[in-house]
Design a protein around this ligand. Structure first.
Ligand SMILES: Nc1ncnc2c1ncn2[C@@H]1O[C@H](COP(=O)(O)OP(=O)(O)O)[C@@H](O)[C@H]1O
Ligand SMILES: [Mg+2]
Length: 207
């Protein structure tokens, strides 16, 4: 299954989520192949951090054409808006697109614009699942922005909204800087619980 994580907004947590998903699947002894098609190269950089720290390696490929050679595995693809050509090619090969959305109006607008691009790429021959979820939700329940953003996402027919939010937490930031998965850093933390719930929903047949 090819899962592409994308949207037009930088900083929405694409690399953080795909990195943690890749390691979550490895922790479950699954065969995976990770692709970094974003010129920012965050996923490649964080894989290098793992190597430097002597942690179990995460192999990362950067050629979109290689995706076809790994369809027997869980393929995870990180793409950014600065490489629209690869983004479109990856979406054409995808079974599903995972769309992290930060709770704000500009992020919502960017998501709507992104969906238009996805529609242009959607080939008729295989159905493409579009899954959105809120990342960087405020931990204070008084703040309504996450609820409002999720409600707005729910009105968009083309996407399925996963009700499993990730909050804005330092622990998620540490995963990238330390090259470790959330379960390697702090398996009993709130962040790990949030992440594992999301990952389990995405790979329901593994749990
Ligand atoms: N849920 C979160 N809580 C705290 N920090 C986050 C969260 N998600 C992402 N970040 C941080 O935000 C920054 C951008 O995230 P990143 O995954 O690189 O986004 P993208 O790949 O979409 O540009 C990084 O510093 C990352 O650690
Ligand atoms: Mg990134």
């Amino acid at each position: 299954m090819v899962t592409v994580i994308a949207n037009l907004k930088g900083g929405s947590g694409k690399s953080t989520v795909i990195f943690n998903l890749a390691l979550w699947l490895k922790e479950k002894d699954q065969l995976i192949m990770a692709f970094d098609l974003d010129p920012q190269g965050t996923l490649s950089d964080v894989a290098d951090v793992r190597k430097d720290e002597g942690l179990e390696a995460l192999e990362v490929l950067t050629d979109v054409e290689e995706i076809k050679n790994h369809l027997d595995k869980h393929v995870l693809v990180d793409v950014g808006a600065s490489n629209m050509q690869d983004m479109k090619l990856a979406i054409k090969l995808a079974d599903r697109v995972l769309i992290p959305v930060s709770p704000s109006q500009p992020d919502l607008w960017a998501t709507q614009r992104f969906l238009k691009i996805v529609k242009e790429c959607d080939s008729e021959d295989k159905p493409l699942e579009l899954l959105a979820f809120i990342n960087r939700a405020d931990t204070h329940t008084m703040v309504r922005e996450s609820d409002e953003t999720e409600e707005a996402l729910n009105t968009i027919k083309a996407i399925q909204v996963l009700p499993h939010r990730l909050c804005q937490r330092t622990m998620f930031r540490r995963t990238l800087s330390e090259g470790m998965s959330i379960n390697e850093i702090s398996p009993n933390s709130k962040s790990a619980k949030e992440f594992n719930t999301l990952a389990s929903a995405l790979y329901a047949d593994l749990v």
